[in-house]
Design a protein around this ligand. Structure first.
Ligand code: C5P
Length: 304
């Protein structure tokens, strides 16, 4: 029997580590990354619509910057699943956005992953998780992780995933900028910086994986790193001050997430996270600061 309405929640991600290769022949880069899913999430509500109709509306914060036409990754996800599964049913999608847009937190990828799971449930396609992961990888490099969730090693262009043993909950503060950064522009900046020399294949440091396994927070803080960070800071010089301010205020680790411009700080507990979030806003070094924890589950049905 077909479902009447499905709500799926999918997490924002940060990259606790992001190592980037030189450009591949297809223009992408091989990554050695540690993805980490946060309890900051978007919801996708999927409701039946006439055959072939895929419509999208957006509610929540940052709605103005999200396209609602066929270019939206959620619409593309619905169309890709319908085509793959041979379904002619339509869907009315509503995105409930809480994840900042173009922030290096993979909000669009979360929406695409949530849409795959929601439409799969709504249309009862019978696709398995592996088929959804394959469709996810075609939609974007971060979409498979938004399905997967947890803490995971990412390789290839980010679509090849393996779980990471990470003990306990990690507490974070996200310093959000008013304006996003373009991911392709940040990658291109890195290529330009490195054009004169060989780039060794990226590798996640063993010491970081050990620290995650042992819940050794100071060591996690020391080994967090992102090859894209210098480029993001050059394109958005204010980020250097945000990073320094969070470190001065006692964060265990500080990092630009993904291609930025969101800056993430590792802190020992929830109370410290709330205090640091307030202090960062008071210091005037970010537009908004959010406390978050991880790991969180991947895209999952929360109501139907
Ligand atoms: O895969 P996705 O569409 O999310 O990637 C957006 C852009 O980010 C790509 O067009 C590319 O410029 C860059 N990218 C990359 N290497 C990756 C992932 C993303 O160069 N592994």
């Amino acid at each position: 029997m077909r479902q009447g309405r499905v709500v799926v929640r999918a997490p924002a991600k940060i990259n606790i580590y992001l190592g980037v290769s030189g450009p591949r022949r297809d223009g992408y880069h091989d990554l050695a990354t540690v993805f980490h899913a946060l309890d900051l999430s978007d919801d996708v509500v999927a409701e039946p619509a006439d055959p072939g109709q895929v419509s999208l509306s957006v509610t929540g914060e940052h709605t103005g910057e999200v396209p609602t036409d066929e270019s939206n990754l959620a619409v593309r996800a619905a169309r890709a699943l319908a085509r793959y599964a041979g379904v002619d049913a339509g869907v009315r999608l509503t995105l409930v956005k809480r994840i900042p847009v173009a922030g290096g937190l993979a909000g669009g990828s979360a929406d695409a992953a949530a849409t795959l799971v929601a439409c799969d449930a709504l249309w009862q396609t019978g696709c398995g998780r592996a088929e959804l992961a394959m469709l996810a990888a075609r939609l974007g490099s971060d979409v498979p992780f938004a399905l997967h969730g947890g803490t995971a090693l990412g390789s290839g262009r980010g679509e090849c995933l393996a779980p990471v043993m990470a003990r306990g909950r990690l507490h974070w503060v996200l310093a959000v900028s008013a304006e996003g950064l373009s991911t392709p522009v940040v990658y291109a900046g890195l290529d330009a910086d490195r054009s004169a020399h060989e780039v060794p294949p990226p590798e996640v440091p063993g010491a970081l994986l050990t620290a995650l396994r042992n819940a050794d927070l100071p060591a996690v803080g020391v080994h967090m790193a992102n090859d894209l960070q210098p480029v993001a800071c050059r394109l958005r010089p204010a980020l250097a001050r945000t990073l320094a301010t969070g470190r001065d205020l006692g964060a265990l680790g500080a990092l630009v997430s993904g291609s930025g411009p969101t800056v993430v700080f590792l802190v020992p507990d929830e109370r410290t996270a709330e205090g640091l979030a307030d202090d960062l806003v008071d210091a005037g070094v970010c537009h908004q600061a959010l406390a978050a924890t991880g790991p969180a589950a991947g895209a999952r049905v929360v109501a139907s």
